[in-house]
Ligand binder design. Structure first.
Ligand code: HEM
Length: 401
């Protein structure tokens, strides 16, 4: 069995290095090479070791220094040690009547992290100063679970007021959802803080559409410091959850203006999907992303790809792009579910560290939908946000496949 490496953190580290050089004050008197050289000149009478020490301190001060290094799974051990079980209980209860919520919460974390980092920016409602990400193309009428996040936040605030960030709640909710769907668990690094801003333009730019080809997908992930293995492993989240007809209808009738369906779509599945999603229909019906085990977090997502049963074009691209390096990774995950789990965990942790705010950056929001002190000037819909207006546990029809 070929082991698939997951530990390429170079891209992420470069981002943090540049952020470090641009902004933080903790670099102190050694913030630039120029400064170090000036210091050395001034210190010419001092033993060389002192200057060397300064540089060692500088280098050591800069290394973990990426804000992600300040994240720690035991971050709340002294002031909110029960946070994990509080979050789990809310999700467990909601999932009894709405099993899809597990998928929706995992996706929410992904859509948060890909837009200015894992900072809960996706949760911010429209106000006079905030242009919400919730109405960006990939989110609008699509993301779910914002009301559940508010429920979690209320429960957490009751136990430990003003301590736990909404960004950490999203990260915890993703891990807990994986476990509740019988998927892997992992120790969630914590200590993120919440943003003061949102960026709808960036949401439209950074979140990949389901029509991307493999090259475009790789590049969207590389922009976030995620490599090809991360792309394949994280796409495995499509082992649970649903998608609307509008997200794959382009494959059913006139794929890439050929006048024919996508040739990489299994013909039996094609017929089922054409029945569910009539040409020119509203595109709002839903079907399972994983047609074999729709609510279980397993590796069947990958075996579906082998039989051309991937639902989204972007899913099938991972296996059907000729000569692609992703094929071997998909095969390895089909052959070894543990390997998939290990890679998924590592990639989720890596994704959860993208662009995080720590220390005194950002804030701990009192309400996840508003920056502190700004809810009164809101022009929004209130706590139930545009993207959570749906009230039923399943919106639209779910096909019976
Ligand atoms: C690789 C690029 C990706 C694309 C193009 C993509 C696209 C989509 C689309 C179009 C949907 C259906 C949305 C709807 O019909 O409203 C969806 C659902 C979902 N996505 Fe992705 N996705 C990608 C990666 C990811 C990643 C990295 C994760 C998490 C780690 C993820 C987790 C999910 C989940 C769990 C659902 C089901 C949500 C639900 O049922 O509420 N996706 N995705």
């Amino acid at each position: 069995m070929k082991h698939v490496a997951v530990s390429q953190h170079e891209f992420v580290d470069m981002r943090y290095w540049s952020a470090y050089f641009k902004g933080t004050t903790s670099a102190g008197s050694c913030t630039s090479n120029k400064l170090i050289i000036q210091n050395r000149k001034m210190m010419s009478s001092l033993p060389l070791t002192v200057a060397a020490l300064c540089c060692v301190v500088f280098v050591l001060g800069a290394l973990p220094f990426s804000s992600d290094a300040q994240l720690d799974p035991s971050f709340y051990k002294d002031n909110c040690s029960n946070v994990h079980s509080i979050v789990r209980e809310v999700i467990r209860n909601v999932s009894k009547s709405d099993p899809r919520i597990l998928a929706s919460l995992i996706r929410l974390h992904f859509h948060d992290c890909f837009v200015q980092g894992c900072d809960a920016s996706i949760l911010l409602n429209d106000t006079s100063t905030i242009v919400s990400e919730q109405s960006a193309g990939p989110n609008n009428n699509s993301i779910r679970g914002l009301d559940v996040v508010n429920q979690i936040k209320t429960a957490v605030e009751n136990a430990c007021p003003g301590i736990v960030s909404c960004a950490d709640i999203l990260a915890l909710a993703a891990e807990i959802s994986s476990v509740l769907a019988h998927g892997p668990d992992w120790k969630v690094p914590l200590g993120r803080r919440d943003s003061l801003t949102a960026n709808r333009t960036l949401a439209n730019q950074n979140l990949p559409p389901p029509t991307f080809n493999l090259t475009q997908l790789k590049s969207a992930f590389a922009n976030q410091g995620l490599n090809t293995t991360d792309l394949v492993a994280l796409s495995g989240a499509h082992t649970i959850g649903r998608a609307k007809c509008s997200t794959f209808i382009g494959r059913l009738y006139n794929f890439s203006n050929t006048g024919n369906p996508d040739p990489t779509l299994n013909t039996t599945l094609l017929q089922t999907l054409q029945a569910l999603c009539p040409n020119g229909g509203p595109g709002t019906n839903l079907t399972n992303l994983d047609l074999t085990t729709p609510d279980t977090f397993d590796n069947n997502y990958y075996s579906n790809l082998q039989s051309q049963n991937g639902l989204l074009q972007t899913d099938q691209e991972l296996f059907s792009t000729s000569g692609a390096d992703t094929i071997a990774i998909v095969n390895s995950f089909i052959n070894n579910q543990t390997l998939f789990y290990e890679n998924f965990k590592a990639s989720m942790i890596k994704m959860s560290k993208i662009g995080v705010l720590t220390g005194s950056q950002g804030e701990i929001r009192a309400q996840c939908n508003f920056v502190n002190g700004n809810s009164s000037s809101s022009t929004s819909f209130g706590l139930a946000t545009a993207a959570t207006k749906e009230s039923s546990s399943e919106d639209g029809i779910v096909s019976s496949i």
